[in-house]
Ligand binder design. Structure first.
Ligand code: IFG
Length: 516
C-alpha cells in the first residue's frame, strides 16, 4: 500500500514541480501540495489553467465568529502581497462555517472564481488558513499573482498535537513563549505543555505562596537570574495561545523534581530544613515530604490555583523520576494529587510512571521512554487511560542532532529529523494501538538551552516533522517525500528569522520554495 501510494504521490509531486516550471505572468503558477507540511489528507490539483489570480486588493469575507481567524489570514496575505486585504462582503477569499468537516477539519478550494475555505469550527478554519498560508505566492511587488487551482480536504489523525517547553531549567520570557506559539501554530500544533516547575526553578506565581517565586524563581541552571510568570503573564500566554487554537497544559512536577519548592518552604521537607537553591542538572534527588499536613496543604493550594488560571481541560502533575519514595508512598501521593485535579474540574496528565497508581477515568499518561522504570503505560491503558507519546529517542528536541550540535544532550541518542519523522504512533508500544493514543508531543528540555536561537535550532526542522506525524495519515507518510516538501520551507523560516539546523537529510534548495 505504502509503495503504491508513494508512487502515486511522487507522480503528483513531479506534476506539481513540473507545473511549477510553467511560469505565467507575475509569480509562478504552482500546482500545490509539493511543499505542504503537514501534508493534508487529500490534495487534488485542479485542471490545467484553473488558476486563481490573487490581487493585492483582495477582499476577505468571513462570518463574525471567524473574525479572529480572518485577521490571521489577512496578516498572511499581507506578508505575501505586501498589502493588507480588506474585510467585506463578496470577497474573492471566502471563509464559511458549515457542518461536515469535523472538529478540526476543513475544505479548501482554490479556483478561477476565488478561494473557498469551509469548516465546521473556527479551529478548522484556522487550520485551513495555515494551509492557505503555505499556498500564497510570495509576490511582494504589489502586482497580481496566480495560485494554481486545488481542492484540499483535510482533518488531523490525532487530537493532541503538542510541544513542551521546559521554562524551569532556563526561564524563557513571555515574548519567547509567544514566538514558540507562533511557530507551533504554523504547523497546526494545538497543545503547549509548559513545564513550569522543577529542581532549578518555580516559574508561576501562586497566590498566598509568595516564596515559591521569590526564592524558587530566583535562579536557574548555571546560577543565572531565573524569573517567573505572574498570574497576568500566564493569562496573557493562555489568551495568545487560545487565539491560535492552542491549549496551554501547565505542569507542576511532583512529588519529585521539587527542589525549588523545597528551598522555598522549609515545612515541605521531612526534616523541616529548607533546601539550598539548585543550579545543576542532576535529577531524581528531591521529593516532597509525602503524607505531611504541610505537603497536603501545599499540593491543594497549588493545584487549585493552577486550575483556576487554566481554562483548558488538563493539569499535568509530573510524577517522573521519583527515586526517594517507596512505591506505596508514590502511588498514594499520585492518587491524592489526581483527586485534587479532578475536584478542580480538570483531567490529570502525568508522566508514564503514574501508571503504577489507580487512575481516574479520563486521565492521560505521557510516555517518555524513561531510562529506569518498567513501562507503566500498559497498566495505564488497562485502566482506560489515554496515552500521549513522547518517545525520547524520537521526539525529545533537546537531544543533539549529531555530535556537532552546538547545544543539547544525548542520553536518548542522537536524534536527526528522520528519527523524529519515521515512526508510527499506533505501532510504537505493544498494547497501545491507535484507539489508546490521544496524540504526540515533542518536549524541549532546557538544561543546555539559554536563548531563543538555540531553542529554535533544536526545534527546527524536527518540530514540523513531529507536526506531520501528529496530523497526516500514516499511509500518506514517506520520509523522502516529506524531506522534499520540507526543503521548500527554508525560505519561509529565513524570512521569519528562524535559526534552523540545516540537516543533511533534507535536500535544501532542490524544491520550489514556498516563497518567491
Ligand atoms: N528526563 C527528565 C527531564 C529532563 C530530560 C532531559 C523526563 C520526563 C530527562 N524527565 O524526561 O526532567 O531532565 O532530556
Amino acid at each position: 500500500m505504502v509503495k503504491r501510494w508513494s508512487t502515486v504521490r511522487l507522480t503528483l509531486a513531479a506534476v506539481l514541480v513540473w507545473a511549477g516550471g510553467m511560469t505565467g505572468c507575475g509569480a509562478d503558477v504552482r500546482v500545490e501540495g509539493a511543499a505542504l507540511v503537514p501534508l493534508p489528507a487529500s490534495v487534488v490539483p485542479a485542471a490545467e489553467g484553473e488558476d486563481f489570480t490573487l490581487e493585492p486588493a483582495v477582499v476577505i469575507t468571513a462570518p463574525g465568529e471567524a473574525a479572529g481567524v480572518a485577521e490571521h489570514l489577512a496578516l498572511a496575505v499581507q506578508e505575501a502581497t505586501g498589502q493588507r486585504p480588506q474585510a467585506g462582503p463578496d470577497g474573492a477569499i471566502r471563509l464559511a462555517l458549515t457542518p461536515g468537516a469535523g472538529a478540526e477539519g476543513y475544505e479548501l478550494v482554490v479556483g478561477p472564481d476565488g478561494v473557498d475555505l469551509r469548516a465546521e469550527t473556527t479551529a478548522g478554519l484556522f487550520y485551513g488558513v495555515q494551509t492557505l498560508r503555505q499556498l500564497l505566492p510570495q509576490a511582494r511587488d504589489g502586482g497580481p499573482s496566480r495560485m494554481a487551482g486545488v481542492r484540499i480536504t483535510d482533518r488531523p489523525r490525532f487530537a493532541w498535537r503538542g510541544a513542551m517547553l521546559d521554562v524551569a531549567r532556563h526561564f524563557r520570557p513571555v515574548a519567547d513563549v509567544k514566538r514558540y506559539l507562533d511557530l507551533m501554530a504554523a504547523y497546526k500544533l494545538n497543545v503547549l505543555h509548559l513545564h513550569l516547575t522543577d529542581d532549578q526553578g518555580w516559574r508561576l506565581a501562586i497566590a498566598g505562596r509568595p516564596e515559591l517565586t521569590r526564592i524558587g524563581g530566583s535562579t536557574q541552571v548555571g546560577g543565572g537570574p531565573g524569573g517567573f510568570y505572574t498570574a497576568d503573564d500566564y493569562r496573557e500566554l493562555v489568551k495568545y495561545a487560545s487565539d491560535r487554537f492552542i491549549d496551554i497544559v501547565p505542569e507542576i512536577d511532583m512529588p519529585g523534581h521539587t527542589n525549588a519548592a523545597l528551598a522555598s518552604y522549609a515545612e515541605l521537607n521531612c526534616d523541616g530544613r529548607a533546601r539550598e537553591p539548585y543550579t545543576g542538572i542532576e535529577v531524581g534527588f528531591s521529593t516532597l515530604c509525602v503524607g505531611s499536613a504541610a505537603t497536603d496543604r501545599f499540593v491543594s493550594d497549588v493545584i487549585a490555583e493552577v486550575a483556576r488560571l487554566t481554562p483548558g481541560d488538563y493539569v499535568h502533575i509530573g510524577g517522573d523520576e521519583v527515586r526517594e519514595l517507596s512505591e506505596a508512598d508514590y502511588t498514594r501521593f499520585v492518587e491524592r494529587a489526581q483527586e485534587l485535579v479532578v475536584r478542580a474540574g480538570k483531567r490529570m496528565v502525568a508522566w508514564q510512571e503514574v501508571g503504577k497508581a489507580r487512575l481516574a477515568p479520563g486521565s492521560v499518561v505521557q510516555y517518555w521512554q524513561t531510562r529506569e522504570e518498567p513501562d507503566d503505560v500498559v497498566n495505564a491503558v488497562r485502566q482506560g487511560a489515554k496515552v500521549v507519546l513522547s518517545p525520547a529517542s524520537r521526539v525529545y528536541l533537546d537531544m543533539k542532532y549529531d555530535s556537532d550540535s552546538r547545544v543539547g544532550q544525548q542520553w536518548a541518542g542522537l536524534v536527526e529529523v528522520e528519527d523524529s519523522y519515521d515512526w508510527d504512533p499506533a505501532a510504537l508500544l505493544p498494547g497501545v494501538g491507535e484507539a489508546a493514543v490521544l496524540g504526540v508531543e515533542a518536549p524541549l528540555w532546557t538544561e543546555t538551552v539559554t536563548n531563543i536561537d538555540d531553542l529554535e535550532y533544536l526545534a527546527f526542522p524536527r518540530l514540523p516533522a513531529v507536526a506531520e506525524v501528529a496530523w497526516t495519515p500514516q499511509k500518506s507518510r514517506d520520509f523522502e517525500v516529506f524531506a522534499s516538501r520540507l526543503a521548500g520551507h527554508a525560505e519561509m523560516w529565513r524570512r521569519w528569522g528562524v535559526d534552523f539546523h540545516e540537516s543533511p537529510q533534507i535536500p535544501w534548495g532542490t524544491t520550489d520554495p514556498l516563497t518567491r
